[in-house]
Each structure stands twice: as C-alpha cells, then as structure tokens.
Ligand binder design. Structure first.
Ligand SMILES: [Zn+2]
Length: 384
C-alpha cells in the first residue's frame, strides 16, 4: 500500500498492504515479496504454493498503540524431495506469535523492571511475558568460560529455592557470574562443571573457596591444574570467632566493644581507638589476643612470597595455641590452601557483590517455575 509504512516497518522481505485500526489497536496486513522459497529439507528452490494461512503476530507498539502484523504463513510443495516445507521468516522464530524484536524488547524491559509490570504495560498475561522471557533467554545464555583463569566457588542459601542451597561459580578476574548450580553436594557440582570442555577446565589456575569440606574434592576432579586458595576473609572470620569467645569469657558484652575488637584497626578513627583501649584495659588476655589477631591480618597485608608467607603463618601458629585453639587447628588443616593466597593475592572479594545481586533477583520474587529458569534469568542479568 504505502512506501512510508514499509519504510517505517523496516522488516526484510515484506510489504504493507493494508492498515486498519480497531479499538485502539493497529493491524498491518503484510505480503511477502518473494515468489518462492528454498526448501530447507533439500536446499532446492520451489515456487509451488501448497497453502497460505495468515497468522497474527504482535510487533513493537507505535504511538502508544499495540501493533499486530497479519503475515501470510506459506507452505510450499517441494518437487525435489516431495515434502511440504513451511516458509521461515528472518524476523520471526518458528512457532512464535511475536516478532523477534518485540520479544527482545520485552526481555530487556523485564530485566530492568519486573514481569508483572511489563505485563501490565503491554496488556500481556504473566504466562505470556514469562514465555517470551524464557524464549529469548534460551537463545541467549552461553556463560562465558573462555579465558577464565581464577574462579570463586561459594554456596549461598536460598530459602525460596527447593534445595535451599545453590553453588555460585564466579570468574574472579572479570568479577562476573559464570554458573549457578542447584546443589551444594560435590557429586552434583562436579556433574555440572565437568560439562565444560577439558581444555577450558585445564586453563583454570586458581579456585578460591571457603573452608567447607567439599570444594577441594570438586576442584581436584574438575580443574586438574588449579590450586586451591582458601579465601583470606574466611580465615579472618575463624580467627575473629576465637577472639570473640575470649571477649565473652572476659565478661565484656556490649555491642560496641565487639565491633571495635573485630574491626580492622586501620579502619577505626581516633575516638574508636580510645574506646578500644578502655576495653582492652579490662583484660590482659584479651589485649594479647587482640594484638595477635591484628598481627595475623598484617601478614595478609604484607607483600610476601609464598615461602615467606608460610613462615610468617607458622610463626603465628606457634604462639596461637593458647588463645586461638580452634582457629589454629583450622589453619593447620588448610595450611597449603591458605598460603596459596600469597601466589597472586587472589581473594573472593568480588563474590560478595555477586551473591548479593543474586539474592536481590531472588527476592524480587518472579515465581520461577523451576531452577533452570531462575538460573537463566540470573545469568542473563550478568551477561551484559
Ligand atoms: Zn525439498
């Protein structure tokens, strides 16, 4: 009908023949420019039209009004292979009732907002929005494992998830999420990770974890060249736990003292340091233990070779047996992994932000029908 509408529509291989408006909706009747198609069974051309049943397809809105395209769906007869190929259009995926660009638009908007909100804006049901989101997602999600050298493994608790725990796999170099697994059991984690090609897994040099028992086993099996790094923040947590016990044993129960004792001294202002001094004045043991805690943190802060790091920690352990019995035995048990930190000073620091973002998406409560859809959505949010 009109050159202008073809131009505005900007879809390849079609012309606008009619344009009508019904109840605030715009309907464009399209025709297809080509006479025939190439048979996708045998790659021969055919122009023998078998049947033509138009379908109604939603497209991007214009002037605030929903647009529907009436598109001929042509089925041909192929004389070469005697089959009946249906035409495939570049802007429409098989069996979909929305143009690709419409689905793409919905997808991007859902990521910024919520399925409920976009559903209201577009006059689509929740299930329709969800269907579109999952459709685009499955075409999109390919976690990027290329060039990953340092990985962080962590488990987070998800109350609304069936298994309660998910394992989060992050690329520590890029600060990005690369996989999410519906389990915290070794066997199941291995099963998922081992799907990556061995060349990809071999290039992983370090995997940073906490001291939970299972991960080193996973690492050994999945990443044959990787060194286990026990994340320094988890080690500090263990040390602080013993210090906190001593605080309670010394009868110091106020919250502020707890905060001051467990904080890094470098982060305190003069006023806080003065208050800390008062607290430490109440117990000689607590003061010694506090200094040891700070000493341990200084080891981490100093730029040491792995050999020197090992020596410093051994030295610390020699004095730690009295006040830090539990911490000392944990550190001894994970000595190698803890000292591997000094190789490249790798930490899981970026994982905290990643975990928080995942929990936020979880809390937004989209009611994912299964874990896979949730995983896809989370990975999509991290993929750009
Ligand atoms: Zn054919």
């Amino acid at each position: 009908m009109s050159f202008h509408l073809d131009y505005l529509l900007a879809l390849p291989g079609v012309r606008v023949e009619t344009c009508t408006q019904v109840e605030g909706k715009i309907f464009l009747g399209l025709s297809i420019s080509s006479e025939g198609i190439v048979c996708h069974h045998c790659n021969n051309p055919t122009e023998k039209l078998h049947q033509n049943r138009p379908i109604l397809v939603r497209d991007l809105s214009v002037f605030g009004r929903p647009v529907y395209l009436k598109i001929p769906r042509r089925q041909f007869y192929c004389p070469f292979c005697q089959r009946y190929p249906t035409e495939k259009l570049d802007f429409l995926d098989v069996k979909r009732r929305h143009t690709q660009r419409y689905e793409q638009d919905i997808y991007e908007r859902v990521k910024q907002s919520s399925m409920e909100q976009i559903g209201r804006e577009e006059g689509l049901s929740y299930d329709e929005i969800k269907g579109i989101f999952e459709q685009v997602n499955t075409l999109k999600i390919k976690p990027n494992w290329q060039r990953v050298k340092r990985i962080g493994l962590d488990e987070i608790s998800m109350r609304s998830c069936q298994g309660n725990f998910v394992t989060v796999v992050s690329d520590l170099g890029e600060g990005n999420l690369i996989e999410m697994i519906d389990s915290h059991r070794c066997e199941e984690i291995i099963e998922v990770l081992i799907e990556q090609p061995i060349e990809v897994r071999k290039q992983v040099e370090e995997v940073s974890v906490d001291m939970w028992g299972g991960f080193p086993k996973v690492i050994k099996k999945v990443f044959p060249n990787a060194k286990v790094i026990i994340d320094r923040f988890h080690v500090m947590k263990v040390v602080n736990k013993d210090l906190n016990k001593l605080r309670r044993a010394a009868g110091i129960t106020d919250r502020q003292s707890k905060y001051l004792l467990l904080s890094n001294r470098v982060n305190l202002n003069q006023d806080q340091i003065d208050k800390l001094e008062v607290t430490l004045g109440k117990s000689g043991c607590l003061r010694i233990a506090y200094e040891m805690k700070e000493k341990f943190r200084e080891i981490y802060e100093t730029n040491l070779t792995i050999q020197k790091g090992q020596n410093k920690i051994k030295e610390w352990l020699n004095h730690a047996q009295v006040f830090f019995r539990e911490a000392a035995s944990t550190i001894e048990n994970h000595f190698e992994g803890i000292c591997n930190y000094f190789l490249h000073r790798t930490t899981s620091g970026v994982m905290e932000g990643i975990n928080n973002r995942i929990k936020l998406i979880m809390r937004q409560g989209y009611g994912f029908s299964n874990f896979n859809n949730f995983r896809n959505r989370v990975l999509a949010c991290f993929s750009d």
